[in-house]
Design a protein around this ligand. Structure first.
Ligand SMILES: NC(=O)c1ccc[n+]([C@@H]2O[C@H](COP(=O)([O-])OP(=O)(O)OC[C@H]3O[C@@H](n4cnc5c(N)ncnc54)[C@H](OP(=O)(O)O)[C@@H]3O)[C@@H](O)[C@H]2O)c1
Length: 248
């Protein structure tokens, strides 16, 4: 029987995963696997979905279910206790185990940036701002903790706000990670509200958004001489990490 993989979330109109895995199966001549989209309107539909597809062996989870899915899991990777967000589920003998491969994707791509930037960025004193407080922000926060990079989270409605980001804050935080969807196609003229004029060539702007390839956040950073990165490498790394988990 074909081993079925899929993505749950709602809506799923701009999903990357199905295209990625379908192309991977063709290119790498992987037979007996299929990847489908499951746009469920409510997470309570998950048990019925599992019943309907007994050959499901793995799921990706996207917004708005990365946290809501937790109560349906039989087991979690130890890191999930802290992250409290799951984007990958392994299904074995009817049991669901939750993982977060966004962490692997972000950590590996950030590590390669840090390695190649050692001469430019003062890494031992690097401090970060995380823009947004959603599911992806939780994975980024956990990853930065693992990398020993102190950070503050910026939100529209709690704790540190965008209006609090003055020149001093920007100069004190050389790494800025956008985990909000702001700037995603088709709203490509939008960028998070920052005093971009305070950025320097010592700054690094990491955007989890990958469509467009160069977001307005990145363009504005580049104009000030900052180093920039989009979310594409992270996207591919998290997908491959999920593939490894489903084959365990
Ligand atoms: N590259 C990758 O591999 C990768 C992986 C995961 C996610 N992503 C991308 O990361 C983004 C966020 O994903 P997510 O799952 O974390 O979404 P989410 O759970 O909906 O959270 C997004 C957060 O961004 C903030 N936000 C939302 N709309 C905003 C707006 N109009 N202006 C300012 N802030 C806003 C909110 O924080 P506050 O309410 O606190 O302001 C919200 O909690 C998406 O674009 C997604 O595609 C990329």
């Amino acid at each position: 029987m074909t081993q079925l993989l899929g993505l749950i979330g709602y809506p799923l109109s701009h999903s990357f995963s199905k295209k990625y895995f379908t192309a991977k199966f063709v290119q790498e001549k992987i037979q007996g696997w299929q990847y489908e989209l499951f746009p469920i309107e409510n997470i309570e539909q998950l048990p019925a979905l599992l019943k309907k597809h007994p050959n499901l062996v793995g799921l990706n989870v996207t917004a708005p279910y990365k946290q809501k899915v937790l109560k349906y899991l039989d087991e979690i990777h130890p890191s999930i206790t802290q992250i409290e967000a799951v984007n990958c589920i392994q299904i074995q003998n009817g049991k669901l185990k939750g993982f977060n491969t966004d962490v692997i994707g972000f950590q590996v791509s950030m590590h390669s940036f840090l390695t190649k930037s050692m001469n430019v960025v003062d890494i031992p004193n690097l401090k970060a701002l995380i823009l947004g407080t959603g599911g992806a922000a939780k994975a980024v926060a956990y990853s930065l903790e693992q990398l020993n990079i102190p950070f503050q989270q910026v939100s529209r409605n709690a704790g540190l706000r965008y209006a609090d980001l003055d020149e001093n804050m920007i100069l004190n935080h050389k790494l800025i990670v956008n985990t909000t969807p702001v700037g995603t196609f088709p709203n490509i003229e939008n960028a998070p509200h920052l005093p971009y004029e305070s950025l320097t060539n010592q700054h690094f702007l990491y955007d989890l958004v990958y469509n467009p390839i160069e977001t307005m956040f990145m363009k504005k950073g580049k104009a000030q001489g900052a180093s920039v990165e989009n979310g594409l490498a992270m996207l591919h790394l998290q997908a491959e990490a999920a593939w490894d988990i489903w084959q365990m």
